[in-house]
Write a protein that binds this ligand. Structure first.
Ligand SMILES: [Zn+2]
Ligand SMILES: [Zn+2]
Length: 331
């Protein structure tokens, strides 16, 4: 076994390193900068240069980190390790590990649709594939992003014509820059919360061009304001006065989120149902580990398709094994 699921995280015993570990370890390979993957306290970090820049900002300038460019192979003890674009956020990577002819890929978070910001998702062939399935139900079915950005533009334009600011809640790393990169900046001024602005600057350092943002005091009641949800009770937020509130997330697929003042835009940085199925089929893997989200439901579905799965309920806890029941599994 080249992967073990321990209470500290996903572990490769032959290389003595962890992937996105939960508690402090000696060597941590990090898939991307989101806080449920990149945590503080590890002795040594290995990640893409972009993820390292993000971690230096979010965790500490002092972390001991070795950059690893996409597709470049290194050895950690006798294990060959490389990082491959996950298409999730800037710098996001799938971790490919190879030992004794066995190849495993740990995805972290990923999406297949190109967002114009992060390096496009790369399909990596493997024997064992460890995937999240946050949106592993058929109801999660994303529209092409052009359509979602048309909706956002239209909403912003209508509000600005009525002299009302449009406040859009979004994650500061990834979602905010994806929105900035893809909306129509000619509609009006754009204001970003400081936390988002800090992440914008990291993107710009890596050559990603984003439209001009203006100071909050210039909002002019026609602005698009990007802010993390956590800012809603702050003084900063109050200055925008009467506003319309929107939210951009995959969870907006659920009708309930659309009610009231919330305008829901279904925009996710994870795979939808079809994309998950496509990736799993095309990796060629004969063992799929499922983590995060609708693991049980998705596992049942895959088993019905003749795919062998193991559900990682919680790291360090039992892994339930599921054998494919169908005998007529076509390759
Ligand atoms: Zn993430
Ligand atoms: Zn995550």
């Amino acid at each position: 076994m080249i992967l073990e699921f321990t209470s500290k995280g996903i572990y490769c015993p032959q290389g003595d390193f962890y992937i996105d570990p939960i508690s402090a370890v000696e060597t941590a390979v990090i898939t991307h900068g989101h806080s449920d993957h990149a945590r503080g306290g590890h002795k040594r970090y290995i990640a893409t240069p972009e993820t390292i820049a993000i971690m230096k900002f979010r965790l500490s300038k002092k972390i001991n980190a070795d950059p690893l460019e996409y597709r470049k192979q290194i050895n950690i003890k006798d294990v060959i390790v490389s990082l491959h674009p996950a298409g999730h956020v800037l710098g996001s990577a799938q971790v490919r590990i190879e030992y004794g002819g066995e190849v495993a890929v740990v995805t972290g978070d990923y999406k297949v649709e190109y967002d114009n910001v992060s390096e496009p998702f790369e399909l990596v062939k493997c024997n064992t594939f460890v995937t999240e399935c946050t949106f592993g139900l058929p109801l999660f079915n994303w529209q092409p992003q052009e359509q979602v950005f048309d909706e956002i533009n239209e909403w912003w334009k209508k509000n600005s014509e009525q002299g009302i600011n449009s406040v859009l809640n979004c994650y500061s790393l990834g979602k905010a820059q994806r929105i900035l990169k893809n909306i129509d900046p000619s509609i009006g001024p754009i204001v970003c919360h400081d936390t988002i602005e800090d992440h914008n600057k990291i993107h710009e350092q890596f050559g990603i061009k984003l439209p001009k943002r203006t100071d909050a005091s210039n909002h002019d009641n026609k602005a698009l304001i990007l802010t993390p949800t956590s800012s809603s009770k702050t003084e900063w937020f109050k200055q925008f006065g009467d506003h319309r509130l929107g939210n951009a997330s995959g969870w907006m697929m659920f009708d309930g989120f659309h009610r009231g003042v919330h305008k829901g835009f279904v925009l996710s940085d994870h795979c939808d149902w079809k994309a998950l199925n496509w990736v799993i089929k095309n990796t060629g893997a004969d063992l799929i580990y499922l983590m995060h989200g609708y693991t049980k439901e998705y596992s049942n579905y895959l088993n019905g398709q003749g795919v062998f799965t193991k559900v990682v309920e919680e790291l360090g806890k039992t892994i339930s094994e599921n054998y494919a029941e169908s005998s007529e599994y076509a390759e």
